[in-house]
Design a binder for this molecule. Structure first.
Ligand code: NHW
Ligand code: EN5
Length: 388
């Protein structure tokens, strides 16, 4: 049934009943000298191409490949539209490897037709901190689908990860593969309900009028919590401390240091936004929230080309109730003209979704580990890892 995935060191559906299988690596590392030295063969018309994201022209090509061929919802009404600045941010965290930004081009035209990427991360599973690759942006041009190109891309990124002596990976997908460690639901909070209804992202509820709907989702003009402000460079140490102690509660979570926090959480316009609460009395940083910006193209709509979406990222509350903190996040997102605020049911998000008028979406996000078993999986609320 899964001709490719059956050959890979991932939890197989048939292993579920086998209680002799322990948590941790599924297969041991091999000596680096045994890692295949040359790239996997591609069909003759194509060639491998390591992408240099410093190069604006290449970045524009990658942007275009994804904007036209990346993930759509199940009814093909919307397609993720990651911005060039976002792609640079997502693909160049501390200690990234250029060799893990892998393109496939047509030999003749040099047109970019497929892509896969990895970035390094330290991820903790229970009490085991593991060097991993986070794999993302797997994309094959629509005209080259169903030709078994994806397994070649996956084998090639695996080879290049192995060359760095890294043997595990984390990834997410909207499709079911062998075997998710957990399955999350998307929730959506309307900020601009009229536009969302006009583009078919949401519907007018039963017995609701447009004006009642607009009133239902109305938010204050400015955040309510005293001391709520944007995160700055000088906050990196305090935010790292807050986040590290918070993420310790989850079964699977990243092991962030200050360099990671500076990269992943310091605000960058239209890429990532982070806010914190600095106590007006003690000047202590007590709470933190963040979201990233991922617009979607609206396919086949005469009035609108894009939907501006914010995605909940990492949030930590120690003094301000999480619900109040996230309400302030909704308020600033509304001020910044986002149409919708999305969140998964990971971490403690269940505690505010219903109260803050999020509604459940039709999409799911499955989380996976490569060459690492977590018996019986975990609940979304035990997951402390957010990926872009
Ligand atoms: S999930 C987003 C993936 N991208 C999209 O959905 C974009 C639109 N779709 C496409 O571009 C985030 C194509 O449909 C793709 C498949 C390229 C998805 N993950 O070439 P074939 C990520 O980027 C399997 C993994 O004929 P295609 C995470 C499928 O099950 N596998 O299909 C990426 C089948 O295998 P099976 C996927 O439609 C994580 C085989 O591919 C998959 O032309 C990657 C069919 O290939 C998916 N999303 O191209 C894994 N979708 O065994 C990383 C399909 O069932 C693993 N497949 O026969 C770790 C590696 C590093 C390890 C380091 C130690
Ligand atoms: C790797 N980082 O399906 C990610 N999105 O619910 C790759 N639905 O936007 C994998 N179908 O429910 C990504 N509106 C997997 C997700 C792929 C994209 C996807 C879903 C998530 C989505 C929307 C639009 C549906 C359009 C028709 C949806 C309902 C919102 C409504 C708002 C008001 C209150 C009730 C809910």
């Amino acid at each position: 049934r899964h001709k490719f995935w059956e050959t890979q060191p991932v939890g197989q559906f048939r292993d579920a009943a086998d209680s002799s299988l322990a948590d941790g690596a599924i297969e041991p590392p091999t000596p680096l000298s045994e890692v295949r030295a040359d790239p996997y063969p591609l069909p003759a018309a194509f060639e491998w191409f390591t992408c240099d994201l410093d190069d604006d022209a290449l970045l524009a090509d990658l942007y275009a490949l994804l904007a036209h061929n990346y993930v759509e919802d199940d009814e093909n009404m919307f397609r993720f539209n990651y911005s060039p600045a976002f792609l640079r941010w997502a693909l160049r965290p501390p200690s990234f490897f250029r060799a893990w930004h892998i393109g496939v081009r047509a030999k003749e035209s040099k047109k970019l037709v497929a892509f896969i990427s990895g970035v390094p991360a330290r991820i903790r599973a229970r009490d085991d901190i593991v060097r991993m690759a986070e794999i993302n942006f797997l994309c094959v041009h629509k005209k080259l689908r169903s030709k078994r190109l994806a397994p070649v891309l996956i084998r090639e990124v695996t080879r290049r990860v192995h060359q760095e002596n890294i043997w595990q990976a984390a990834y997410t997908a909207g499709v079911v593969l062998p075997t998710p460690i957990t399955t999350c639901r998307y929730w959506h909070r309307s900020l601009n309900p009229k536009k969302l209804i006009d583009v078919g992202f949401s519907r007018l509820g039963p017995r609701m009028t447009m004006s009642r709907t607009v009133r239902l989702y109305k938010l204050p003009d400015a955040p309510l919590t005293p001391g709520f402000r944007q995160m700055e460079l000088r906050d990196v140490a305090a935010v790292t401390r807050l986040l590290r102690s918070y993420l310790a509660k989850f079964v699977v979570a990243p092991d962030f240091d200050e360099m990671d926090v500076e990269h992943w959480l310091l605000p960058q316009e239209d890429v990532v936004d982070s806010y914190l609460v600095e106590s007006p009395e003690t000047h202590e940083v007590t709470d933190f929230c963040s979201f990233y910006t991922l617009p979607s193209s609206v396919l086949n709509n005469a009035n609108y080309a894009t939907l501006k979406a914010a995605y909940s990222y990492y949030n930590v509350s120690t003094k301000t109730p999480l619900q109040q903190l996230m309400n302030d996040a909704l308020i600033v997102a509304k001020q910044k003209n986002y149409d919708v605020f999305n969140a998964l049911d990971v971490m403690e998000n269940e505690s505010f979704l219903k109260e803050l008028k999020f509604g459940v979406g039709d999409g799911q996000l499955h989380y996976y580990l490569y060459n690492y078993r977590i018996r019986n999986g975990i609940k979304p609320s035990e997951l402390g890892l957010a990926v872009v």
